[in-house]
Design a protein around this ligand. Sequence first.
Ligand code: SAM
Length: 348
Amino acid sequence: MRRLIDLLEAQHTLPDQDLLSLITMDDAEADAYLAQRAAIVRQRHYGNDVFIRGLIEISNYCKNDCHYCGIRRGNRCCQRYRLTEEQILACCHQGYEAGFRTFVMQGGEDPYFSRERMAALIRSIKQSYPDCAVTLSLGELDRETYQEWFDAGADRYLLRHETANARLYRALHPEPLTLENRMRCLYDLKEIGYQTGCGFMVGSPGQTPEMILEDLRFIQEFRPHMVGIGPFIPHQETIFRDQPAGSAELTLRLLSIVRLMLPDVLLPATTALGTVLGDGRQQGMLHGCNVVMPNLSPPNVRGKYTLYDNKLITGAEAAESLRLLAESMAEIGYRVVTARGDWKGGST
Ligand code: SAM
């Protein structure tokens, strides 16, 4: 296995069979070596710096009905909320004071946040905080909308591809969602000029190692600036309520593999990883991650943005949660920095 890991580090790719062997290996020593190499590569590109993104969950209204997701349209038990523009700006203010220089606006696909309304909001954030990056994670839209939000000042867009396998995509998403449109969105975003993030859940119901291989191949071909990988976690109000959560161990292994494939990628230790693993954020860093996305949403709505059960939620204010995060990163030799934390790669 060590030979394969060294080859992956040197060549950033491996033949299918070898990659599959890494994905499915049952070898604690090899896992430790993989993590060590991923951490070294991360160090080479980003040093000890941990980039932070202030996550603002702007709405849990969603017009989609993804089978795995707790805020899907069909969940009648979900207490819906939508932040006002004033509330969002107040979150940015608090975050800025605490040291955040990236704001991530994420939400369900909520038509209230129309092309015009979002463009105005992005402009007003960029006007108040010209030294900050704005990241959007608002789902699938037409190219013109993505372009208008980019022109308004948005810098980055996160849209997980969820799975590169059309059959699994269909099993996880009812009509009218299609893998084809998800991919169209990703290619549009990248062409427009966004720093673009794709990604997938580990252990989603029906996922096989071969499908994970397809995800890695897609990531290699697409060359995203960011990759979001977290374990699937069941939600009680979905058809997948009795399915097991994805493995933290496999998630960490895949994060390390992605670091070796795309050495300069921005790689977050996700909230879902922190939910299945007590020290998930620390473990993420030790496996090649370099980004954490603490929650800046008003504490009274955090419990309503429940994509899955037992989501890691703290009621802490921005400054306090950042202090705790900085302490936990310092324990393992990493340093939370106040910086936009842009992608530091060459041309993609
Ligand atoms: N609507 C936007 C979109 O489609 O990208 C952003 C919000 S969506 C809820 C954010 C991400 O949450 C999804 O890309 C998905 O991977 C993740 N997610 C949803 N349900 C989940 C679950 N049960 N377990 C783990 N992750 C989940």
